[in-house]
Ligand binder design. Structure first.
Ligand SMILES: C[S@@+](CC[C@H](N)C(=O)[O-])C[C@H]1O[C@@H](n2cnc3c(N)ncnc32)[C@H](O)[C@@H]1O
Length: 227
């Protein structure tokens, strides 16, 4: 059996009980170092840990798949929630195993941002640029989202499409500079926030940052829910 679980945004308090139970029953736990740190307190000492990085992930996932096919209970840990900006890694797990694997939702950095910024998901679109390959379709989509007066929660791509690159792209596409932008870093850990207008978003941020670009004209429910 193999389960892919979301570890949450960093603070272990946001690891779900379902994820904790799967870790407690696991024979094998795998993932990138940062997420293994969150999972480790719940992993039994007898469990085999398979850490990985960007360079060796294919080989390490092959090891996990081999143990899974031997009948071991395997857990692959993802950052936040698998279902936002996690599918390229999930596809690598599926390919290594030779079949689709189970996913267990976690708490995403986007959910924490929505809570901090009091944002209604119904009126918001999530876009990630943290992916391999062509960003152009996702850039076009972001322009359309803002033209449609929706909020956008955006994950940048380190290091070639960071918040200031996203802002300068949007301004060049004719999106008004008056949009409010918030950049949140290290949510649930050593949090830092920048808030300003799209046309003043020129600072550098770390790779643990996520943006909120607010619609220029909020939906009525946002007006009513403002503190
Ligand atoms: C590959 S994406 C994975 C996102 C994850 N699946 C989620 O639901 O949050 C990794 C990026 O998400 C953003 N991110 C993840 N956790 C974060 C946090 N605690 N604070 C701010 N940004 C975060 C950063 O931009 C990071 O580089």
């Amino acid at each position: 059996m193999i389960h892919c679980i979301g570890a949450g945004p960093g603070d272990p308090a946001y690891l779900t009980l379902r994820a904790r139970d799967l870790l407690a029953e696991a024979d094998v736990v795998a993932g990138f170092d940062a997420v293994l740190t969150v999972a480790r307190p719940h992993v039994p000492p007898s469990c085999t840990e398979i850490p990985m990085n960007y360079r060796d992930q294919t080989a390490r996932l092959a090891e996990v798949a081999a143990l899974h096919h031997e009948g071991k209970r395997c857990v692959v840990v993802f950052m936040g929630d698998i279902h936002f900006s996690g599918f390229q890694f999930l596809e690598r797990v599926d390919i290594a195993c030779g079949h689709p694997v189970e996913t267990v939702p976690g708490i995403s950095s986007a959910q924490i941002l929505a809570s901090r910024g009091r944002v209604c998901f119904d009126e918001t679109t999530f876009i990630t640029f943290h992916r391999r390959g062509d960003l152009e379709p996702f850039k076009r989509h972001l322009v359309h989202v803002l033209q449609d007066q929706r909020n956008a929660i955006v994950i940048p791509r380190p290091w070639d499409f960071m918040p200031r690159d996203i802002a300068s792209f949007l301004l060049a596409e004719g999106i008004p500079g008056e949009h409010t932008v918030e950049v949140w870093e290290n949510l649930t850990k050593a949090e830092a926030t920048w808030c300003g207008r799209l046309d003043t978003c020129t600072a550098e941020f770390t790779d643990m940052s996520i943006l909120l670009i607010r619609a220029l004209t909020p939906f009525p429910s946002q007006i009513h829910s403002s503190p």
